[in-house]
Design a protein around this ligand. Structure first.
Ligand code: AMP
Ligand code: ZN
Length: 463
C-alpha cells in the first residue's frame, strides 16, 4: 500500500482516496510572467512522479493544474505590482501575449522532461466569475471585509488558521512584513480581491467595482470547481506552505465548514551551489541553458530522481555531469540486455519487482527504486530484465526504451511546435473534443509528422 508524507499531520500515512480507485489532485502551476527555472521544474518532476506512482498502483487520476496569468503580486504580503503587469510593462507586450508565450515554453519544458500534463489545465483569467462568486460567499459568511484597496480575508475569524504551517497568529504577526496597509484588521489578512488602480492593465467588473483576484483565491476557486471538496491531494513546493496553502485552507474551510484536502504533499527546494537561485546571482538556469551546455533534459530528470523529493537538492554542474554519465551508462547497459537471449529466474524477477514497488510505495522513494534497477541490471543480463526495466520506467519516465544511447541510432528530434500540437491534441482528447483532436492531427500531418496513440500517451514520428 502507498504511504505518503502529509504536511498537514507531519506523518507518513496510508494513502486512501475518497473514492475507491480514483484520485483527485490539484497542483499549483506556474505564474507565467517568466521562464520556469530548474527549481520550479524539480517540483513538477515530483508531481509527475507522484502521478506515475498512482497510475502504476492502478489509480485513475483527475489532476488539475492552474496557470496563474493574473493576481500574483511581487510580494506575498499583497503589495507590489502584479507579476504579469510588470512583465507586460517591461517587455512591451500585452499580458495575454506574455502569458501565451511563457505558457507554451513551460509546456515544451514539461514534455522535454517527460512530465505528463494534468488532465485539466485551468487559466486564472478564464475563471474570474468563479472567483468573484467564491469571494462573495466568503463576504456573506462574514470572513471577507472591504477596505479601500480591496476585499480581505479576516484570518482571526477562521479558527484553524496556521494549522498547515503550525504557526500561531502571533508568529504570523511577527513574521508579516512591515505593515503597509493600516486598514487591515490583522497584518496577515490577505487579499481576496484587489480594486484596480486607474490604468491597471488587467481588470474585471465585480460587486466591489473593477479589479482583479488575489492569488490564493484562484487555486481555491479552480480546485473546488473541478474536483469538488474535499479532494484527495494538493501538491506544490515547500515555499507555499506558510502563506499560499495556509490561505487556500482558510478560504476553503471557511466556505465549506469542513476539511478540504486530505493530503498536502510538498516538494523540497532546489538550491544552486548551496544557495538560493536568484537573477542577480545569474544562477536561475532554464532547461534550454542546460541544453546549450550539451546536456539533455532527461539528464536533468535523472539528476532529480537521485534525491528524495523531501530532501533539498543542491544543483551543481559536477552533479549534473555525474547524472549524465550514470544515465548514459544505464541506457547502454540496458541496450545490451535487450539483445541478450539468456533467461532470468522468475522468482528473482519477482523479487526485484517487489523491491521496486516497496520503494515507490514508501513515500515515493525513487532513489531507492533506482538502486533496485541498477542492482538488477548489474546482476543479470537478459531480455526479461530489459522488459522489467521498461515496466519500472512507467514510474521513472526516463524513456528507457527510446532514449538514444551510444549503441543506438540517435532518436530523431521532434520540433517543439509539433510537440505542442501533439500536446494540444492530447488535451483535446482528454476533454472529449474529438473534432478538435482530429483537426490537430491533420495539422500535424500537414507539417510532415505522424502521431499515433499509445498506452502511455502518443508517439510522434516524421512521416
Ligand atoms: P511559481 O511560478 O513561483 O508559483 O512557482 C512554481 C512552483 O515552483 C511552485 O510549486 C513553487 O513552490 C516551486 N518552486 C519555486 N522555487 C523553487 C525551487 N528553488 N526549488 C523547487 N521548487 C521551487
Ligand atoms: Zn496554488
Amino acid at each position: 500500500m502507498l504511504k505518503i508524507y502529509n504536511t498537514l499531520t507531519r506523518n507518513k500515512e496510508d494513502f486512501k482516496p475518497i473514492r475507491e480507485g480514483k484520485v483527485s489532485m490539484y497542483s499549483c502551476g506556474p505564474t507565467v510572467y517568466n521562464y520556469a527555472h530548474i527549481g520550479n521544474l524539480r517540483t513538477y518532476i515530483f508531481m509527475d512522479i507522484f502521478r506515475r506512482v498512482l497510475r502504476y498502483d492502478g489509480y485513475k487520476i483527475k489532476g488539475v493544474m492552474n496557470i496563474t496569468d493574473v493576481g500574483h503580486l511581487m510580494s506575498d504580503a499583497d503589495d507590489g505590482e502584479d507579476k504579469m503587469a510588470k512583465a507586460s510593462r517591461e517587455q512591451k507586450k500585452t499580458p495575454l501575449e506574455i502569458a501565451q508565450f511563457y505558457t507554451s515554453v513551460f509546456f515544451e519544458d514539461l514534455s522535454k522532461l517527460n512530465i505528463g500534463r494534468p488532465e485539466v489545465i485551468a487559466k486564472a483569467t478564464e475563471h474570474i466569475q468563479d472567483m468573484i462568486s467564491y469571494v462573495s460567499q466568503l463576504v456573506d459568511k462574514g470572513y471577507g471585509y472591504e477596505i479601500d484597496d480591496g476585499i480581505y480575508f479576516d484570518i482571526s475569524k477562521f479558527e484553524g488558521y496556521g494549522k498547515l504551517s503550525r504557526l500561531n497568529l502571533e508568529e504570523q504577526q511577527a513574521g508579516a512584513r512591515v505593515e503597509v496597509n493600516s486598514q487591515k484588521r490583522h497584518p496577515a489578512d490577505f487579499a481576496l480581491w484587489k480594486k484596480a488602480e486607474p490604468g491597471h492593465i488587467m481588470q474585471w467588473d465585480s460587486p466591489w467595482g473593477r479589479g482583479y483576484p488575489g492569488w490564493h483565491i484562484e487555486c481555491s476557486a479552480m480546485s473546488r470547481k473541478y474536483l469538488g471538496m474535499p479532494f484527495d491531494v494538493h501538491t506544490g513546493g515547500v515555499d507555499h506552505i506558510p502563506v499560499h496553502h495556509e490561505n487556500e485552507i482558510a478560504q476553503n474551510e471557511a466556505l465549506t465548514g469542513k476539511q478540504s484536502v486530505n493530503y498536502w504533499v510538498h516538494g523540497e527546494f532546489m538550491l544552486v551551489d548551496n544557495g538560493k537561485m536568484s537573477k542577480s546571482l545569474g544562477n536561475t538556469y532554464r532547461i534550454s541553458d542546460l541544453e546549450d551546455r550539451g546536456y539533455r533534459a532527461l539528464d536533468f530528470r535523472y539528476f532529480c530522481l537521485n534525491t528524495h523529493y523531501r530532501k533539498k537538492l543542491n544543483f551543481t554542474f559536477e552533479g549534473l555531469d555525474a547524472a549524465k554519465s550514470a544515465y548514459a551508462r544505464l541506457l547502454s547497459l540496458l541496450f545490451k540486455h535487450k539483445s541478450s537471449n539468456e533467461p532470468t529466474d522468475k522468482d528473482l524477477l519477482k523479487s526485484y519487482e517487489r523491491d521496486f514497488e516497496d520503494a515507490i510505495d514508501d513515500d515515493l522513494n525513487i532513489p531507492l527504486a533506482l538502486g533496485v534497477l541498477w542492482k538488477m541490471i548489474k546482476e543479470n543480463k537478459s531480455k526479461d530484465i530489459y522488459e522489467l526495466a521498461l515496466k519500472f520506467d512507467k514510474v521513472l519516465g526516463l524513456s528507457l526504451d527510446t532514449a538514444a544511447c551510444d549503441e543506438e541510432e540517435p532518436r530523431e528530434d521532434i520540433p517543439a511546435e509539433i510537440v505542442e500540437l501533439c500536446e494540444r491534441r492530447k488535451a483535446a482528447k482528454a476533454n472529449k473534443d474529438y473534432a478538435g483532436a482530429d483537426a490537430l492531427r491533420s495539422e500535424i500531418a500537414e507539417q510532415g509528422y505522424t502521431v499515433v496513440d499509445t498506452k502511455d500517451g502518443y508517439k510522434v514520428t516524421k512521416a
